[in-house]
Design a binder for this molecule. Structure first.
Ligand code: C5P
Length: 217
């Protein structure tokens, strides 16, 4: 990969397995990793903590400017309420502009990066070397989420989880600015019937092919 940065863009709805796939690809190909959802979550977390209205654009933009990619605390930011609030601040175009600039700057760092989110292949890194759109049915995603919660000793209601997922999908796909959708040149990976290992192997093959093509050129 002499000199040039190699960028893998992964998009898809909540719970499709993008995060695990991004982590495994970054480990395997020794690339930097950014879960861009955490940047929207950081803005939402700040707003909730300070008791600010989620629609307060000036406050949300100030919070976005203050986001430091080096100190995103996954533990705190992965709370359910923060994810819900994140999808509300994510509809504000001025917030997106600030966060997208930071994400692009990250993608340009050596030796390259895996970024996962909703608009990586379409907006943040339209020139990415490989674009993956990872999806699964809402029912499969809800069952996976329930299993995760139960594995941590928690309890939750499948119907409520499914409703949350469908509401978040609607907000992400129907917003005017950078809606969730596959880039024209994205590879679609439906993981509904795949386990993590199978999905990772499929993604790895696509990245290997892109690397081979690039090294030929
Ligand atoms: O992926 P995660 O669930 O952490 O994302 C939280 C919310 O942040 C999403 O529902 C979406 O509204 C927003 N988001 C976004 N663009 C991204 C990543 C996340 O709008 N690139």
């Amino acid at each position: 990969m002499a000199g040039a940065r190699f960028v893998i863009a992964i998009d898809g709805p909540a719970g499709a397995g993008k995060g695990t796939m991004a982590r495994r690809l970054a480990d395997h190909f020794r690339l930097n990793l950014l879960d861009t959802g955490l940047t929207y979550r950081a803005v939402a977390h700040h707003m909730l903590r300070e008791g600010l209205d989620l629609g307060d654009e000036a406050a949300a933009v100030a919070a976005a400017r203050a986001v430091d990619l080096g100190s995103l605390d996954r533990e705190v930011l992965s709370q359910h309420a923060v994810g819900e609030a994140a999808s509300r601040v994510a509809v504000i175009p001025a917030v997106r502009r600030v966060l997208v600039d930071k994400q692009r700057e990250f993608s340009r760092r050596s030796p390259g990066a895996v970024l996962d989110g909703r608009d990586i292949g379409t907006v943040v890194c339209p020139d990415a070397d490989v674009k993956l759109y990872v999806t699964a049915t809402a029912e499969v995603r809800a069952r996976r989420r329930l299993a995760e919660i139960e594995a941590r000793g928690g309890a939750a209601d499948y119907g409520r989880i499914l409703q949350d997922i469908e509401r978040r999908d609607a907000r992400d796909t129907e917003r005017a600015d950078s809606p969730l959708r596959p880039a024209a040149d994205a590879h679609l990976l439906d993981t509904s019937e795949m386990d993590i290992e199978t999905a990772f192997q499929a993604a790895k093959t696509l990245v290997d092919q892109a690397l081979a093509t690039r090294n030929e050129g």
